[in-house]
Ligand binder design. Structure first.
Ligand code: AMO
Length: 431
């Protein structure tokens, strides 16, 4: 007999025999009758027996033990209705220590740090499972969209000889006696692949940043969805693609992942297209009206960014928008300048949080060389990258989007750590 999931019991024929396996989430022995709740990945189901022998064997069962059962589907006599299983056979496959380190019933709340210490137990909660099913679906829809639109998925090195996003957040390591770093982004490689003629590329892979940030939106290791496209007119082509991709992904989620969204009590609103484009200069003006005075060239900090999100939502009735035309001084060397002060860089914002940044790149060899020097970086560190700009490279642009931040904001989670199976931050290297 094939094992079925608990959710399938509700669709199974009353009277049919089925086999299930999972974790014993609740056990109630009432003398002549016993109830066990079996939980698996898809939900849970009630097991019932009044068989003396089976009730005796259930005395050995501890909460969270792994069990395998066979039984008959029958209509539940409880008010909630639905189907339950009348036990015929019951086996403990793996007995759990009765001293569980966290409360698994959900009655006593456990703080996030302790939950992450016991992440494997924590993930058994259906609400957590729902987050990671949705995260898996989000990755799938992004790939589906890009494959359908003729993008090539790349896998670029994670052990690198120089940083792409500034020295402050580099993790260094010993590489056969030489200094190496963990990759901060796929930036240099994705651009090089356009010089190689691959035309439209993307990667969804790990990225490392030695950020000493203790915030709800920063991690030391995150999943970076990096994207780059050649033969663009300007950065607007990239923003248009983000809009399409965002609408595609959220529409697919709302259509195919209703069950998980319901578990999390979520309804993802589709933002209207086009998403507003708010120039950096206008963003500063909007903030100034609220008494937040920033000078051109200053970064919009986390709190101000949140405030800006509220102001934009009030004005344009949307959570999704772009900040465009950033000053070059706060953007990396590879961004194309727009006049003396500004650049062709943008951020994609959702819920008052930056989900992606991107823009058009400087593809002229001489200008790029001067921009690297201008940022105080050593040309030697970028030799291979720079060389690719000597032998023909089209105008191009792209973006980098944090998958973890996307999941956090789409699913309305308080902390980015909730969106990651085993998060890494300055305090956490295990489990
Ligand atoms: P940037 O450094 O802005 O740009 O990163 C792009 C996106 O990655 C996510 N992100 C993070 N997520 C969690 N923890 C962190 N420490 C962290 N740092 C960044 C954010 C951010 O918007 N090469 C450019 C992109 C490009 O121009 O194509 C880059 O890496 O969601």
């Amino acid at each position: 007999m094939e094992r079925i999931y608990s959710s399938e019991v509700q669709k199974a024929k009353v009277g049919s025999s089925v086999e299930l396996a999972g974790w014993a989430s609740a056990i109630k022995l009432l003398g002549k009758i016993a109830f066990v709740r079996l939980r698996d990945r898809e939900g849970d189901v009630q097991l019932v027996t009044s068989d003396k022998k089976l009730i005796t064997s259930l005395r050995d069962l501890t909460h969270e033990s792994v069990i395998q059962v066979k039984g008959k589907v029958r209509k539940s006599k409880l008010k909630v209705g639905g189907n339950e299983i009348e036990l015929q056979k019951f086996e403990i496959l793996s007995k759990a220590d009765p001293n569980l380190p966290i409360d698994m019933s959900g009655k006593i709340p456990t703080d996030l740090s302790k939950r992450l210490n016991w992440r494997v137990l924590d993930l058994r909660d259906t609400k957590r499972t729902a987050i990671f099913k949705l995260r898996s679906a989000i990755n799938y829809y992004i790939r589906e969209y890009l494959q359908q639109n003729n993008f090539i998925e790349m896998q670029t090195p994670k052990l690198v000889g120089s940083g792409a996003e500034g020295g402050a957040t580099l993790f260094s390591l010993d590489y056969y006696g030489k200094k190496a770093y963990l990759s901060q982004s796929q930036q240099l490689y994705k651009q090089m692949l356009l010089a190689a003629g691959l035309d439209k590329v993307y990667e969804i892979g790990p990225t490392f940043r030695a950020e000493n940030s203790h915030t709800a939106r920063h991690l030391a290791e995150f999943t970076h969805f990096d994207f780059e496209m050649a033969f663009i007119k300007d950065e607007n082509d990239i923003m248009k693609l983000i809009e399409d991709l965002f609408i595609y992904t959220t529409t697919k989620l709302n259509t195919h992942n209703k069950k998980e969204l319901q578990i999390l009590k979520l309804n993802i609103e589709l933002p209207k297209v086009p998403f507003p484009r708010v120039t950096y200069a206008d963003a500063l003006k909007m903030l100034a009206k609220e008494g937040i005075k920033l000078k051109v060239g200053e970064d919009i900090g986390t709190e101000d960014e949140k405030k800006l999100g509220e102001l934009v939502e009030k004005k344009y009735k949307t959570k999704a928008y772009f900040i465009t035309k950033f000053p070059y001084v706060i953007k990396p060397f590879y961004i194309m300048k727009d006049g003396k002060t500004f650049s062709r860089a943008f951020d994609f914002e959702y819920n008052g949080e930056e989900l992606a940044s991107g823009g058009q790149r400087e593809h002229n060899y001489e200008k790029l060389t001067s921009q690297i020097k201008g940022k105080g970086l050593k040309l030697n560190d970028f030799e291979d990258y720079l060389n690719t700009f000597k032998f023909g490279i089209p105008a191009h642009g792209g973006f980098g989007l944090g998958i973890d931040r996307l999941v956090k904001n789409l699913l309305n989670l308080d902390n980015i750590r909730e969106a990651v199976l085993f998060p890494r931050d300055p305090e956490r290297l295990s489990p």
